[in-house]
Design a protein around this ligand. Sequence first.
Ligand code: KG4
Ligand code: ZN
Length: 369
Amino acid sequence: MRFPWGCYTTFMKILAFETSCDETALALLEATGGLKSPKFKVVENLVSTQINIHRPFGGVVPNLAKREHLKNLPVLLKRILNSSAKGGSASGGKSYLPRRQAGILNSIDLVAVTVGPGLEPALWTGVVFAKELAKKYKKPIIGGNHLEGHLYSFLLSHKKPIKFPAIGLIVSGGHTILLNMESLTSWKKIGETRDDAVGEAFDKVARILGLPYPGGPEVEKLAKSGKVTIDFPRPMLTHKNYDFSFSGLKTSVLYFLRDNPLPTGRQAKAKKADIAASFQQAAIDVLVKKTINAAQSFGAKTIILGGGVAANKALRDALKKEAKRVRKEFLVPKSEFNTDNAAMIAAASYINFLKKKKYKITAQANLNM
Ligand code: KG4
Ligand code: ZN
């Protein structure tokens, strides 16, 4: 292994931090291989969720997120080091633990941290913490793009070569993006949402239905017991472009409830379940149709899905089925890597390290891809 920056290395130990929203996440990864087929071994992947803190407010409160990250970062770091130190091969009793922990930090090749996009106060906490740690242990530090993390998260469990060109679909609480990818590192954005992101629409519909935050998983859970009985609009489905719009779909759920008040008693839950199922189906229809259209138009061999909404099984199943029908390979992250985590930031950072792509190590709330 040769350093510093830009020199090719075949094996790296990466410690990554992710604090862009309401999850404090740390991961320890071993990365190897070049840009054509990078390989990752996730040694530790810790996520401390703040759901219970933000739930009473119905959404993420940036300053509360910041406060929690500040509290959680040292705790998670200690937990990662403890666990690695105990599992390590070094001999000695308990008193050797601090020395072994320092040894682990010394053995790290790269510190990675999400620099954006995300909530600025939340991003700052991770950036400052990671920078200080890198400085103390004299390690190189690299900035990770949260969206690239989502795009690459399938790599954390995928070992085979990827066939390009590929279409990438990123679906999260803040973004809905379609990419035409020539390779793992070269892509063109071909479409994105013009208003709400699809995850945002799930969250807002959940609120309309009186479901707790975060809404996406709650809508999916409720939809399972419902039927698709309401013909909600499929926005921009027939437009000859790859952009999306989910704000009107959310509003039509609101108007439907205004015009069709919920029955009382047990029937209310059944009606809500039908609304959830019908809304979910409308959103999925648009995502799947646009992605498949793009894959066919651009001659893609592979479709890659990533982002928090990729945790939605109905979406994964629908896209997988359609991808199979049109003979495209379908790649999706393992369940624990769909929503925010630091392992994906380590993966994205390794790829950017190999590519010599550098982000400024500062909080960049509106960072793009
Ligand atoms: O990627 P992510 O964890 O954070 C952002 O980068 O935004 O995505 C969070 C979004 C939220 O809007 C959440 O409601 C949605 O992903 N989500 C889901 C599901 N799980 C999470 N949406 C639909 N179905 C799910 N199962
Ligand atoms: Zn995310």
